[in-house]
Write a protein that binds this ligand. Structure first.
Ligand SMILES: [Zn+2]
Length: 248
């Protein structure tokens, strides 16, 4: 059920699919009547946004350090496409890029960036957060989050912004970057069980928030927010009884 809900909203939230066809007809946003605190009331499908007990994003704090499997990124270096849909730019990857963690393998579906960040670490927010959305063969979702502080421009985000032409609706452009460009040198991560951060806020999502942050310029943040029509972050959600594990 979780997966069906997720697939139905892939345009805005997770991965794969054809956004124009599968997008939820229910409008949602980040301010006014459509703001995140009202998402749960906008549609029955979005009930988890209000009632869910394992929601994302969270403030990453009080975590336990543990020895665990490293993430193995086997991302391909062939070109991807970019698509503007609704509030985000989506980088869509050709099949064959995947992350493996222990026995679990997840195929990379798409990437999109929020500004400011959605997750915080020790109470500190960031300027931006990239979500690399993956799906396993059985439909489980795993999202790798990359954090960005304000600083020098990020070349991958620059390429995303440059490839976009500002047209409304779904647009596709050849993009001169590929999945391998998203892999960072330091692979320490925080992991916990959460949800999509956009409606329908479906739970059962494995989060992997990378510990090392890159930089993004204020100009890039501004351009991302122009596309989203303003800030594109859901507020922090209660951690509840969940635990957070840090793997370095
Ligand atoms: Zn996201």
């Amino acid at each position: 059920m979780v997966i069906a809900l997720c697939i139905g909203s892939l345009a805005s939230a997770c991965g794969g699919g054809t956004p124009a066809k599968e997008a939820s007809p229910v409008e949602w946003g980040y301010e006014g009547a459509d703001a995140p605190e009202n998402w749960g009331a906008l549609s029955e499908e979005f009930a988890a946004c209000a009632d869910g007990m394992e929601q994302s994003p969270i403030d990453i704090t009080g975590y336990q350090n543990r020895e665990a499997a490293a993430i193995e990124f086997s991302y391909r270096d062939d070109a991807s496409e970019i698509e503007r849909h609704d509030k985000f730019l989506y980088v869509r990857f050709p099949p064959g890029s995947a992350m493996t963690i222990g026995e679990r393998r997840f195929e990379l579906m798409h990437a999109h960036a929020h500004a400011p960040s959605e997750h915080a670490v020790g109470g500190q927010g960031f300027a931006s957060e990239m979500h690399l959305v993956h799906q396993s063969a059985s439909g489980e979702l795993a999202v790798v989050a990359l954090l960005y502080r304000l600083g020098t421009p990020d070349p991958v985000i620059e390429e995303m912004l440059r490839s976009e032409r500002g047209e409304d609706g779904a647009t596709r452009r050849y993009m001169n970057i590929n999945a391998a460009d998203f892999v960072r040198r330091e692979l320490g991560y925080f992991t916990y069980d959460g949800s999509l951060t956009t409606p329908p806020c479906s739970e059962g999502v494995s989060w992997f928030v990378m510990q090392s942050a890159a930089t993004i310029s204020q100009d890039q943040v501004d351009r991302l927010q122009t596309i989203s029509g303003g800030p594109s972050n859901r507020r922090l959600q209660p951690i509840g009884t969940r635990s957070i594990v840090a793997v370095s």
